[in-house]
Structures are given as C-alpha cells and as structure tokens.
Design a protein around this ligand. Structure first.
Ligand SMILES: Cc1cc2nc3c(=O)[nH]c(=O)nc-3n(C[C@H](O)[C@H](O)[C@H](O)COP(=O)(O)OP(=O)(O)OC[C@H]3O[C@@H](n4cnc5c(N)ncnc54)[C@H](O)[C@@H]3O)c2cc1C
Ligand SMILES: NC(=O)c1ccc[n+]([C@@H]2O[C@H](COP(=O)([O-])OP(=O)(O)OC[C@H]3O[C@@H](n4cnc5c(N)ncnc54)[C@H](O)[C@@H]3O)[C@@H](O)[C@H]2O)c1
Length: 463
C-alpha cells in the first residue's frame, strides 16, 4: 500500500476538476488530480461537442430539405448514417485529444488514474493500492445518464449519451425517453437525419421551458417533426429480436405499445456521488445523497471538502462547471494554507438548448406566484422580419422585470436564442433596466429587434 500526501486532492478530471486543479496549483498548493475513467471530459467525449456535431449534420439535412422555400431545388436528401457518425467521432476525438494535450502539460505525479473514495475526513483511497492524505478535497465527479427501471437489463438496445455516438450506423426507428435538453436536442437531430423518432416525456414541458405559453408552443413546434407523448412514462419494455417493444399508458389511460430498433434514455443525469464514501467524510447529505454546500464558497459544511460542477446538481452546464472549478480550487488551496478564499457573486442562471428553434432561459425563472411583483413582456417571432427572411419565424420570448423595470430574467423559444439569451443574461448581471436596453442601438434587420416588443410592453407598464 502506497500513501502520499498533498494539500488539495481533486476527484475527477472533467471541466470542473481541471479548473480546480489549475486554480489550486496557481495558488501554490501541492495538488493531485484523480480520474477514474478514460478522461477527456464529459463535454468533449459524450456531451456538448458530439451532440452539437450531430445537430449540425441534422441541420444541414434540414436546410437542404427546406431549400424549396427559397426557390431552390434539391432533388432528394440522401443520408449516409455511417458517414454522419464517422464525422461526429472524428471531430469529437479531436476535441478529446486537445483536452489530453492540455493535461499532458501538468507535471508527472500530479495526475493519478483510479477511482477515489473517502476513507475519513482527510484521507482518500484510490483503487486498492493507494492512499492519499489531503488538507482539502474537491468533489468534481460529474453526473451520469439515468436509465429508467423498465429499460434495465436490455443491453445495447438501450442507448445513453455514453453510447449513442458510438453507433456504427443510424437506427431506422428510435424512442427517446425524456424531453429535457439531452432528449429534445438528440430526438430532433435524429428525426432530421431520417430516423422515425418518438419522444416520451413524463412531464408536460420540453427543452427545460416552464412559461406556459412557450411550453405549449414548444410541444406544437417539436410535435411537427417528432411523435410526441407528453405526461407519459414507459411501463414495460422487452427485447424483440434486435430491437425492443415499449409499453406505456397515454394520459387518458389507453395502453399503447410500439416496437423500436433502439431507445435512448435521456431521463436526467444524477450526480456521481454513490460509492464516494461521503458519509465517511462526515458530510451532511441531501435526500439525493448530494453533499449540502454553501453556494458562495461551494464548501460542504465545515468539512475540508468542496463540490463543483455537475456533482453538486445545482447548475449542470459547462460554463458553471468551469467557473465553480476555479472557485473551489482557490478555496481548497486557501484552506490548505495557500492564499485567500473567495465567494464571488453568482452568475445569473443561463441555459440554452440547441434545437430549431433554440430554447433558452436566463436569470430568474418563470414564477406563477409572482403576481404584481413582476412586470412581464412578450414577443413573438412568428412575423419578425429577420426570422421571416430566413424562414425561421416561429416561437417567442417572455421577459420579466421588477416594478422599477430592472431586468430579472426570462425564457425564449426562437431563432438565434443562443445570442439573444446570452445578451439578456449579461444585462441581468450588469443590473440593466428595460429602459437601458431600449436606449441602446439595435441594427436592422436583426433578430435582436424581435425583443423590442417585450421590452416596450414592460416599459409602457412602468410609465
Ligand atoms: C449530451 C450532452 C450535451 C450537453 N450539452 C451541453 C451544452 O451544449 N452546453 C453546456 O453548457 N452543457 C452541456 N452539457 C452539460 C455539460 O457537459 C456538463 O455540465 C459538464 O461537462 C460537467 O462537467 P464536470 O466537470 O462537472 O463533469 P465531467 O466532465 O463529467 O467530469 C467528472 C469526471 O469525474 C470522474 N469521476 C467520477 N467519479 C470519480 C471517482 N470516484 N474518482 C475519480 N474520478 C471520478 C469521471 O470519470 C469524469 O471524468 C451536455 C451534457 C450532455 C450529456
Ligand atoms: N444545450 C445544453 O446546454 C445542454 C444539452 C444537454 C444537456 N445539458 C445539461 O445536462 C443536464 C441533463 O439534461 P437531461 O435532459 O438529461 O436531464 P433533465 O433532467 O433536464 O431532463 C430529463 C427529462 O426526462 C424526463 N423523465 C425523467 N424520467 C422519465 C421517465 N421515466 N419517463 C419519461 N420521462 C422521464 C423528465 O421529466 C425531464 O423532462 C441539463 O440539465 C443541462 O444542464 C445541457
């Protein structure tokens, strides 16, 4: 048994862990980065990057199909599923390689391969042969796809984002379970790549939207390309030759059954906290087994332990994993006697879903109880100039402000949400009012003009 000591032990070499390692090391702490899996980060290997690569292939196919709108004739769109997936993997491997090239610049001996678990408040076991004594530890273990119970034990017929990008070819039929960001992005992409796709969602909402008008519009828009079953859960699944049969109950109670070549479980991503020995570390855990933590410092109670990224289940998106990693790195180093600690102001929430139209949320969430405390403005993209030019005129935006007109947050389902929502999130961060935004220049003809109706409605309710 080998035993080593360090100031800061970082568990997980994903986006949060790498940022934590860098920050702790920069503060002067002797830091170890421990990784159990193949590494390369969830984002590059099985997350953001391969999903967007698949979406771009699907968008190209759809653009060719839609060319008739502009008077162009594309006789038939042929989809070579093998070639599509090969490009996804080729480009994905490049992103993963870049992560490894970066990791290789870290000194030898500071990167450790193995699965870590806490033995007590200041020791970790890594695999069977190594013990690590730490002064502070960072949990940056990420999250993994959940597979709903009825789908357990059905082998390779059941895909998750860990396996879907490894398919040699596209299936002919696909059921996607879950209409959150993962499910709706991949379901729409698969449908646009010619796969007959059915999406089964336990709730009413798609793409993480919550404002009722946008929720209804999303079901209508995505339902044109997908067979949608909302408020539905799969009750049973059984293997059928190379595919599987799924059984579910429609909301009004009629039993339904269908056969699919493959099913993609996109039913959420619980944090990777089981088997970590969190009780041995003396951490206070919530009902899901996630350590309770201070949202400013990301420290777990008074233990010398911090939690960042998907592992804390708070804001499971990349930019937060990266920022939180940096914060815990500084704070873990400070606890180990290197530099000062920090609790920077939290960024406003920001989430995007790369569907067509895109969905996005920024700042304060929709609150049905907000009543008179909030002013609300709405805009529609159905007749918005630039969106009409591009043939992407669908969806809308809802913006919330306080009674003085200070921007609080909002939601959007529409073209260019990835730019519009980011701009609005930055305006929330800067404490801007609706009037500040109305007083700024906006070029014509752009999608940005599409927000002015919502902003003006709020402005006029103040005056
Ligand atoms: C399909 C998909 C698409 C996505 N698209 C986007 C997007 O477009 N934009 C966006 O912002 N976000 C997106 N996300 C979310 C984003 O990928 C994650 O929020 C982010 O990658 C989380 O980073 P992390 O560092 O917390 O975790 P990870 O990158 O998962 O790192 C955790 C690491 O810890 C390791 N580990 C786990 N347990 C142990 C242990 N006991 N010992 C040692 N090591 C351990 C794991 O092997 C892993 O390498 C997407 C996610 C998915 C799945
Ligand atoms: N574009 C992006 O930024 C992007 C893309 C993908 C993922 N992500 C991140 O990853 C996180 C996880 O995404 P996700 O979509 O996997 O999870 P999610 O928790 O956001 O959504 C899961 C959905 O599955 C449904 N569901 C759960 N169990 C079900 C069942 N048995 N039957 C039917 N429906 C069921 C839930 O009602 C929910 O709508 C997101 O919160 C997001 O932060 C981001």
């Amino acid at each position: 048994m080998r035993e080593i000591a360090c100031d800061v032990a970082v568990i997980g070499a994903g986006t949060a862990g790498i940022a934590a390692y860098r920050a702790a090391r920069k503060a002067g702490a002797r830091t170890l980065l421990i990784e159990a899996g193949p590494g390369g980060t969830t984002c590059a290997r099985v997350g953001c990057m391969p999903s967007k690569l698949l979406i771009e292939a699907a968008s190209a196919a759809q653009a060719a199909r839609d060319a008739g709108l502009f008077g162009l004739h594309v006789p038939e769109v042929g989809i070579d599923g093998r070639a599509v997936l090969e490009r996804v993997r080729r480009e994905r491997d490049r992103f993963v390689r870049l992560v490894f090239e970066d990791l290789e610049t870290f000194p030898d001996g500071e990167r450790i391969a193995g699965r870590a678990r806490f033995l007590d408040r200041d020791r970790l076991a890594v695999g069977e042969d190594l013990r690590v004594r730490f002064r502070a530890a960072v949990i940056a273990t990420g999250s993994s796809p959940a597979v709903p119970k009825p789908l357990a034990g059905l082998g390779a017929r059941v895909l998750t984002t860990d396996t879907v990008f490894e398919l040699p070819d596209l299936p002919r039929t696909l059921a996607v379970i879950g209409g959150g960001p993962v499910g709706i992005e991949l379901a729409q992409a698969m449908a646009r790549l010619g796969i007959e796709t059915t999406l089964i969602e336990g709730g009413r909402s798609l793409a993480g939207l919550s404002e009722p008008g946008l929720v209804a519009e999303a079901a209508e828009i995505f339902g044109r390309e997908l067979t949608l079953h909302l408020e539905t859960e799969v009750e049973a699944a059984e293997a059928d030759c190379d595919g599987l049969r799924l059984r579910w109950c429609a909301p009004r109670g009629e039993p339904r059954e269908a056969r699919f070549e493959r099913v993609l479980a996109a039913a959420g991503r619980p944090p990777n906290v089981t088997g970590l020995g969190l009780e041995a570390a003396g951490l206070d855990l919530d009902g899901s087994g996630v350590p309770r933590f201070d949202p400013g410092t990301l420290r777990c109670g008074d233990a010398p332990v911090f939690v960042a990224g998907d592992a804390n289940a708070d804001r499971p998106v990349l930019h937060e994993a990266s920022r939180q990693g940096g914060i815990v790195g500084v704070n873990a180093a400070a606890l180990a006697g290197h530099g000062g600690s920090e609790a920077p102001r939290r960024w406003p929430p920001l989430a995007l879903v790369f569907t067509h139209p895109q969905a996005g949320r920024f700042g304060a969430a929709y609150d049905p109880e907000a009543g008179d405390g909030r002013l609300t403005g709405r805009a529609s993209f159905a007749d918005q100039g630039r969106a009409r030019i591009a043939g992407t005129n669908a969806g809308g935006a809802v913006i919330f402000a306080d009674r003085s007109g200070r921007l609080l947050g909002g939601e959007m389902l529409g073209p260019g949400a990835e730019h519009l929502v980011q701009g609005l999130a930055q305006a929330v961060w800067d404490g801007r009012t609706v009037q500040d935004l109305l007083d700024r220049p906006v070029y014509h003809p752009t999608l940005e003009e599409g927000l002015s109706d919502a902003l003006r409605q709020i402005g006029s309710s103040i005056s």
